[in-house]
Write a protein that binds this ligand. Structure first.
Ligand code: AP5
Length: 217
């Protein structure tokens, strides 16, 4: 069976994490979110976590070499043998080139890329209302996808939190960084015939179906 190696590309708040979780369970492969991995390192208080905290909170990017090493290690684990949903990686041309090298070195099937498109004005509303579960990673929105009990994760009962980089200032910086460093990946993958584009506007299940259908085309 061919591996399902998929990259979800899109600006902050496009719904990459939301859809990656659903695609991972639909396809039976892990979600690999570099943002989640870095936040986990911070919670665990590791030296790596302490090193990246200030950069993340300000909405900047952590170093390419660091995230490339994290992804290489993660892709090498047994549960990623049949594929993986990459969420938040690659984010720069250097990371994309490194991923091409990893895919070749590890003998993995080529990656396909789905760009999730959402108008910029909607993104701020999504991010400022986001709440997430620090334990299981489930994501909610105060208005669009609220938990059954306010402030409590439906899946595991933990208290929900607001991310430190979901302030107005950090959101604006993240959007600028996306335009400058990550948006060029759309052309990078389009030139290689690997890119699909879907609208990320609408109910979560509809967006999920759009992503899945785009992979069949
Ligand atoms: P990361 O965690 O990857 O953040 P991001 O790319 O900014 O993306 P988000 O997680 O904010 O948004 P999302 O698209 O996943 O949206 P979500 O599904 O949550 O990275 C954080 C930081 O880590 C970076 O800034 C950087 O510092 C560092 N980092 C990570 N990877 C790196 C890398 N490769 N290189 C260097 N640095 C790296 O949805 C958002 C909200 O919208 C939620 O509330 C959700 O419920 C809601 N929503 C989702 N879909 C819909 C819908 N269809 N309709 C209505 N609401 C919706």
């Amino acid at each position: 069976m061919a591996q399902r190696n998929l990259i979800l590309l899109g600006p902050p708040g496009a719904g990459k994490g939301t859809q990656a979780q659903r695609l991972a369970s639909r396809f039976g492969v892990p979600q690999i979110s570099t943002g989640d991995m870095l936040r986990e390192a911070r919670r665990a208080g590791t030296e790596l976590g302490q090193r990246v905290a200030a950069v993340m909170d300000a909405g900047g990017l952590v170093s390419d070499d660091l995230v490339i090493a994290l992804v290489e290690e993660r892709l090498g684990r047994a549960d990623a043998r049949d594929g993986a949903i990459l969420d938040g990686f690659p984010r720069t041309i250097k990371q994309a080139e490194a991923l091409d090298g990893l895919v070749a070195k590890m003998g993995r099937d080529p990656v396909r890329v789905v760009a999730i498109e959402v108008p910029r004005a909607a993104l701020v509303e999504r991010l400022s209302g986001r709440r997430s579960c620090p334990k299981c990673g489930a994501t909610y929105h105060l208005d669009f996808t609220p938990p059954r009990s306010p402030g409590v994760c439906d899946a595991c009962g933990s208290a929900l939190v607001q991310r430190a980089d979901d302030t107005a200032e950090a959101i604006s910086r993240r959007q600028d960084v996306y335009e400058r460093d990550t948006a060029p990946l759309i052309e990078y993958y389009a030139e290689r015939g690997a890119l699909r584009k879907v609208s990320g506007v609408g109910p979560l299940e509809e967006v999920l179906d759009r992503v899945t259908r785009s992979l069949e085309a």
